[in-house]
Ligand binder design. Structure first.
Ligand SMILES: [Zn+2]
Length: 151
């Protein structure tokens, strides 16, 4: 369910004591775009790098109703989530699955860069998202399959 992603994102955004222990820095330079100070959930929907990856996905799968250009204007995860996969947006269920998958990938990539000093370009992350999506679909994520497995 989409609410588990929201719970997870909220913990990141509103749980500074826990995240501080786990190494969430107080606004260091974002390890993904290296352009802006990373605060809270920047990497999920404001980051230039994340939105570039999303553009690759949207173009490849012709996903309607997703446009990343306005994302930096959202001031909360809740507002961003509502704009992308709220119940009254088209295809909201597969988009919610996809949003969860991409956000999880960005979080892992961010951690790989911070803690392991390893980095992958958007094209590699796109391939890993596709691999993961296929596993989800095999496991029964039919809604995700409705937008990802078109070829
Ligand atoms: Zn960034």
């Amino acid at each position: 369910k989409s609410s588990s992603l929201l719970d997870w994102l909220y913990k990141i955004e509103f749980g500074p004591p826990i995240e501080a222990k786990r190494g969430w820095p107080n606004c260091d330079l974002c390890p993904l775009c290296k352009r802006v100070q990373e605060c809270g959930t920047h990497l999920f929907y404001k980051c230039h790098f994340t939105r570039r990856l999303w553009s690759l996905i949207i173009d490849k799968y012709h996903i309607l109703g997703l446009d990343t250009t306005g994302w930096p204007l959202f001031d909360s995860v809740e507002a961003w989530w509502a704009s992308t996969c709220d119940n009254d947006t088209p295809n909201h269920q597969p988009k919610a699955s996809l949003t969860m998958l991409v956000s999880w990938t960005m979080w892992n990539e961010r951690n790989a860069r911070v803690f392991k000093h390893k980095s992958a370009p958007p094209t590699i992350l796109l391939a890993s998202i596709e691999t993961e999506a296929n596993l989800w679909i095999i496991a029964g994520a039919n809604k995700l399959g409705s937008i990802i497995l078109r070829e």
